[in-house]
Design a protein around this ligand. Structure first.
Ligand code: ATP
Ligand code: MG
Length: 565
């Protein structure tokens, strides 16, 4: 899917900043911020914004602030503040000592509201929400002045103070900017600056019963912090005149708001409302479910911060909304993991192999390289013995043409070890295969090829006596459709949930070195993909998440011939 066709030159935001520096605006300073509302966990879309704001500050030797935009106490929680900070740090982004909260500015914002009243630029309005909507007009019709618009300054000061003291019921009064009820931009039709809301704030507790609206708090917070370029998403373009109006009406330092387009991602949703619904109604196991597009979900899935940042960088910024392809994200993850992941052998759906001509009590410790892409990764010892596990899928009784894996009479190579030839499959009463009886060729040790015999298939395996029982979770996309919101009339995005998005295999057999993991360790399981140890792992019982398949096969590796080695 196109990512760059809307992107302009180097990127239009950096072009604007270059120009500001050239003309000496802001004294040549660059100071950006990321302003999350702590009402949910961060997702990949937020990572794009973080990467953009932090990247600009870094590239221009500027500064980057983290500011929580916490003006709506009914939806905000400390849990979200904590998770957002942890996720930003995980991404490798540092706000140094510049952690701020809009709620830190409530006192100053209140003072400034009084200043607007005194200047005749704000008034207390008694219209309720429905009435206000009616007076506001529509996109095609102008609004009408509120009957309370011409209150005297003294009356407004008195009423606003009484709003703050808690003398009025929630929703009964608001403080509004006095701008223009006939403006073609509805955001300028006397927008609400303050509302009455009796809700305990996660930081200021019950100190306030009036809270500033986002549009009023945001620009003034930018101003207080000396932000130069206030980068936000496109939906705020129509709010920019209000951003500018407030700063000019107050006569305070005036940053530049710049808007860029949000990116969506195929096969997932990024709306916080929907993500919260998926979590609360247990469609997923939590915010950090490895199927979630949240930063914590991607982390648990095994994505690296480097891969996520690379993905964001490749997308760039543009002025037109677009959809990024999930496969591009996976490609970044593969590229990164290919360099760093240790290669190991884990059998996901095991069947036992007995090598009849191998001595019963013998164990050989075979050298195996940890990463052919990285000689510095070293080697490890793997036990080889008479009884092994291989993938049940790697055996076929009636093998089709071009089948390079196990089948009666065919020879295959066991990675790092020997050639083996399968002779018979032992079955139980139900006709299920319980064991494959094989022989090995001692002359084929360590990859040598006796008589130059060609063997096409190379299989992974583990020694049965040494194997570690493991749980392996395979994932598909959480949704069946590239755009989950693509539903017939009356439908719901949840109708597109993929019932097979999680497949847990609880009989997997791993090589012995994987017995004790903490969670977070990353591996390439030979022929099966990249995996990450899950935090559910216990001593002797590792749990793995498949991060991504080896190739872009969308999880369908089963029916392909074994990779040649
Ligand atoms: P809400 O509806 O709760 O405001 P939000 O996604 O805008 O949801 P915020 O916490 O306000 O969440 O977002 C913080 C910043 O991240 C904002 O500047 C927002 O514009 C930006 N952002 C959010 N989603 C995306 C996205 N998909 N792509 C780029 N930037 C995004
Ligand atoms: Mg927002």
């Amino acid at each position: 899917m196109p990512t760059d066709e809307n992107a302009v030159s180097k990127d239009f935001i950096r072009d604007l900043i270059d120009e500001d520096i050239r003309i000496g605006r802001f004294g040549g300073r660059v100071h950006t911020r990321f302003p999350p509302e702590p009402n949910g966990y961060l997702h990949i879309g937020h990572a794009m914004s973080i990467n953009l704001n932090f990247g600009i500050a870094r590239d221009y030797n500027g500064k980057f602030n983290l500011r929580f935009d916490d003006t709506n106490p009914t939806k905000e929680e400390q849990e979200y503040v904590d998770s957002i900070m942890a996720d930003i740090h995980w991404l490798g982004v540092d706000w140094e000592d510049r952690l701020f909260f809009a709620s830190d500015y409530f006192g100053q914002l209140y003072e400034w509201a009084m200043q607007l009243i005194k200047a005749g630029k704000a008034y207390v309005c008694d219209l309720n929400a429905d009435e206000m909507r009616e007076y506001r007009g529509t996109l095609t019709e102008p609004g009408r002045d509120s009957p309370y618009r011409s209150r005297s300054i003294e009356e407004n000061l008195d009423l606003f103070e009484r709003m703050r003291k808690g003398e009025f019921a929630d929703g009964s009064h608001t403080l509004r900017a006095k701008i223009d009820m006939t403006s073609p931009n509805v955001n300028l039709r006397d927008p609400v600056l303050y509302r009455i809301l009796r809700a305990t704030h996660h930081r200021t507790g019950d100190t306030w019963c009036i809270y500033p609206m986002y549009d009023y708090a945001h620009g003034q917070s930018d101003s207080i912090e000396g932000i130069t370029h206030s980068i936000c998403t496109l939906e705020f373009e129509d709010h920019r005149p209000l951003y500018d109006w407030c700063l000019d009406a107050l006569g305070i330092y005036h940053p530049q708001q710049i808007e860029f387009a949000r990116k969506a991602l195929t096969y997932t949703v990024l709306s916080k409302r929907k993500l919260i619904e998926l979590v609360r109604n247990n469609y997923v196991t939590g915010w950090d479910d490895p199927r979630m597009p949240t930063v914590s979900g991607l982390r648990r899935r095994g994505y690296t911060p480097e891969a996520v940042r690379e993905f964001c960088a490749r997308l760039g910024v543009s002025k037109a909304n677009s959809i990024a392809d999930f496969q591009q994200l996976e490609a970044c993850v593969r590229e990164d993991l290919n360099k760093r992941a240790v290669r190991v052998m884990v059998v996901l759906k095991p069947v036992k192999v007995v090598i009849d001509n191998y001595p019963e009590d013998q164990v050989e410790w075979i050298d195996a390289d940890n990463n052919p892409e990285d000689p510095a990764a070293g080697t490890r010892k793997l036990p080889f013995s008479r009884e092994l596990y291989v993938e049940a899928d790697d055996y076929r009784e009636d093998a089709p043409k071009g089948w390079f894996r196990m089948s009666p009479g065919r020879e295959v190579r066991l990675k790092h070890a020997y050639y083996i030839k399968c002779h018979t499959a032992v079955k139980n009463d139900k006709g299920e295969i319980v064991e494959l009886r094989c022989t090995y060729d001692p002359a084929s040790a360590g990859g040598s090829t006796p008589d130059n015999r060609k063997v096409q298939g190379t299989l992974h395996w583990v020694s049965a006596a040494h194997a570690v029982n493991a749980v392996v979770r395979l994932y598909e996309q959480l949704f069946n459709k590239p755009n989950p919101d693509d539903v017939p009339p009356g439908g719901d995005y949840k109708d597109n949930l993929n019932p097979n998005s999680l497949i847990a295999l609880d009989k997997a057999k791993a090589e012995p070195g994987l017995a004790n993991l903490n969670g977070g360790e990353r591996y390439q399981f030979m022929r099966q993909g990249y995996f990450c140890a899950d935090t559910d792992s216990q001593s002797g019982k590792p749990v793995f998440n498949r991060t991504v398949t080896l190739k872009d096969t969308w999880g369908k590796t089963e029916n392909k011939p074994a990779a040649k080695k």
